[in-house]
Design a protein. Structure first.
Length: 68
């Protein structure tokens, strides 16, 4: 259950960072670097999510399955 909360939390933070980038892009009209920082954070969170999912699969916390 804790693993699911961590994954959902990371997904929430990724969406929050993406919306912050959109807001700063519209608000600043390219005059600041807030958009780049928000997108950099989103990329870091996405890489972290991939690592967490890989570790979870290796430890048996999630069971990947094939499509039939």
């Amino acid at each position: 259950m804790l693993f699911k909360i961590i994954v959902i939390g990371l997904l929430g933070f990724i969406l929050l960072s993406l919306s912050a980038a959109l807001f700063s892009m519209v608000k600043d009209k390219g005059q600041s670097d807030r958009t780049v920082k928000a997108l950099t954070i989103r990329i870091a969170l996405s890489i972290g999510l991939i690592i967490v999912l890989g570790v979870g699969a290796q430890l048996g916390l999630i069971q990947p399955h094939g499509v039939y």
